[in-house]
Write a protein that binds this ligand. Structure first.
Ligand code: DX5
Ligand code: ZN
Length: 222
C-alpha cells in the first residue's frame, strides 16, 4: 500500500486558511491533519469546533482530527458532526479507552489512538483489534516545528510487529518532525501515514513538498 500523506493545518498561515486549504486540495495530499488542543492536556491552545466546521466546508480530503484534549468523550459527537473522518484520542487522556474507541466507532468514523513519546506501544495490546489507526507522537505534543525523537523508529517496528500478528491493516501514523529527510526510514520501519506540518507549510513550494513526501517510497530514499 502506498503511504498516506496528511499535512497538518497547525503550521498553516491562519490569516489565509482558505487559500491554504485550496493548496492542500490541489496537492497529492491524502488527508488533512487537524490538531485540536485545549491548553490542558497540552500546553497550547489551537482551535475547536467552529474552525473544524469551516475547514470541512472547503476540504476535499478527509479530515484526520487529532484531539489533544482532556475528557475527549464529551466532544466526540460534536467533532463527528463537524465533519471529522478520523477521530484520534490520546491514550493518556482516556480513563476508559475501550469506551472512547467504541463511542468513536458508533459515530461511524475511523477510530484512532495517539501515544505520547513515553507511552509504550504494548499498552495497546488489549484494544489493537478495535482500532483503525495508531498515532505515534514523534515529538511531545503541543507545538509544531519540533525535532523528531529517534526512539520513535523502534516504537514503529514494535507496533508493526504487533499489528502483523493481530491487525494487519492497522494504520500507523507518525506525527511530529516528519519531512523528506526522514520519511523513508519512518516508512521502512512500518509506518504508513505521515503527518507533516512545518516541512509542508514552511516550504517554498508546499505542493512540491507534499509530492516529495508522497514519492519517497516510489523513488527510494530521498
Ligand atoms: C504536534 C501536532 C502535530 C504538528 C506537527 O503536537 O500534533 O500534528 O502539527 O508539526 P510538525 O510537522 O511541524 O512537527
Ligand atoms: Zn497532530
Amino acid at each position: 500500500m502506498k503511504h498516506i500523506v496528511a499535512p497538518s493545518i497547525l503550521a498553516a498561515d491562519f490569516g489565509k486558511l482558505r487559500a491554504e486549504m485550496e493548496m492542500v486540495n490541489e496537492s497529492e495530499a491524502d488527508w488533512l491533519h487537524v490538531d485540536i488542543m485545549d491548553g490542558c492536556f497540552v500546553p497550547n491552545i489551537s482551535f475547536g469546533s467552529p474552525v473544524l466546521k469551516a475547514l470541512k466546508k472547503y476540504a476535499q480530503k478527509p479530515l484526520d482530527v487529532h484531539l489533544m484534549i482532556v475528557e475527549p468523550d464529551k466532544y466526540l459527537q460534536q467533532f463527528a458532526d463537524d465533519g471529522a473522518d478520523v477521530l484520534t484520542v490520546h491514550l493518556e487522556a482516556c480513563v476508559h479507552l475501550h469506551r472512547s474507541i467504541s463511542a468513536i466507532k458508533d459515530l461511524g468514523v475511523m477510530a484512532g489512538v495517539a501515544l505520547n513519546p513515553h507511552t509504550p506501544v504494548e499498552l495497546l495490546s488489549e484494544v489493537i483489534e478495535d482500532i483503525d489507526l495508531v498515532c505515534l507522537m514523534s515529538v511531545n505534543p503541543g507545538f509544531g516545528g519540533q525535532e523528531f525523537i529517534p526512539n520513535t523508529l523502534a516504537k514503529i517496528r514494535k507496533l508493526r510487529e504487533m499489528s502483523r500478528k493481530r491487525k494487519e491493516e492497522l494504520l500507523i501514523e507518525i506525527d511530529g518532525g516528519v519531512g523528506v529527510s526522514n520519511a523513508a526510514e519512518i516508512i521502512d520501519a512500518g509506518a504508513n501515514v505521515l503527518v507533516a506540518g512545518s516541512s509542508v507549510f514552511r516550504a517554498s513550494d508546499p505542493v512540491q513538498a507534499i509530492a516529495e513526501l508522497k514519492a519517497v517510497r516510489q523513488f527510494g530514499t530521498v
